[in-house]
Design a binder for this molecule. Structure first.
Ligand code: IPE
Ligand code: IPE
Ligand code: MG
Length: 248
């Protein structure tokens, strides 16, 4: 779909969906209700991203550090992921969405591993937007697992250490084959990456919005995309934008 205002659309948008608990607290509700409302916003956000012509949408759903939360909240988050995949898979597949999951799956329960694998396999041939779910994901863990894969290749004689470069490491990450995120959005006013896509974020534009995730509307998403379009991405080189456009 072409962009109506002819602005550059980010090919890959990644979102740190933060603030569900505070959204609920502010209303005197249990945190779980914030997470439930958060899933509804995920549905709307996927739709808006597809309509905007975004190629990859990565959503941070559960971090490798979120195991520090109370067991009841962890169970709720796992339950919500399962319910989302079960309920929305058919619709996402019909909309030509491809699903990929990043994060450490080895430590997850077999039922959830099977569900995630099924979602990926069923949608593997889809050519529309790729929805990347970051679940049990931590960037340092991902990089360490990539290093371990390369070490195994060396041990088994498939790879010489002199061949290990940034491209090789990149190709061993969970995100192998995906473009780096052009834009990373974090809701809730926190301004940190919390171990999200540390390698891939090398040249990402970062946007922090004060709104809690359950309040992240389509309108807000589109306004963030507008702000992205006015950024001057230089990748270490020189600006290719006319001076007026970069405010000089
Ligand atoms: C984001 O909301 C959802 C997850 C981290 C899974 P939080 O649960 O972190 O909400 P706050 O940040 O405590 O408000
Ligand atoms: C990041 O949010 C993880 C997800 C959104 C899944 P957190 O709420 O876990 O991050 P911190 O603890 O505030 O850094
Ligand atoms: Mg949080």
């Amino acid at each position: 779909m072409s962009n109506p205002a002819d602005r550059p659309v980010p090919q890959h948008v990644a979102i740190i969906m933060d603030g569900n608990g505070r959204w609920a607290n502010a209303r005197g509700l249990p945190r779980t209700l914030g997470h439930r409302k958060g899933v509804e916003v995920v549905r709307d956000t996927v739709k808006t991203a597809r309509e905007a012509g975004i190629g990859y949408l990565t959503l941070f759903a559960f971090s490798s550090e979120n195991w520090r939360r109370p067991q009841a909240e962890i169970s709720e988050l796992f339950g919500l992921l399962k319910a989302f995949v079960r309920r929305d898979l058919a619709e996402l597949h019909a909309a030509n969405v491809r699903i990929r999951v990043i994060g450490d799956r080895v430590t997850l329960q077999p039922d959830i591993r099977t569900l995630l694998l099924e979602a990926e396999e069923r949608t593997a041939a889809n050519s529309g937007m790729t929805l990347v779910i970051a679940f049990n994901y931590g960037a340092r863990d991902e990089i360490a697992r990539a290093a371990a894969r390369l070490a195994l290749d060396v041990r088994e004689g498939r790879l010489d250490p002199s061949e290990i470069d940034a491209e090789k490491l990149n190709g061993s990450l969970d995100t192998a084959g995906m473009p780096d995120p052009d834009l990373i959005i974090r809701t809730s006013g926190e301004e940190r990456l919390s171990n999200f896509l540390l390698w891939q974020a090398a040249y990402s534009e970062l946007m922090f919005v004060p709104d809690f995730w359950p309040d992240f509307s389509a309108e807000l998403f589109l306004s963030v995309l507008d702000r992205y379009a006015s950024r001057d991405r230089r990748f270490g080189g020189l600006s290719t934008k006319p001076m007026a456009a970069v405010g000089l």
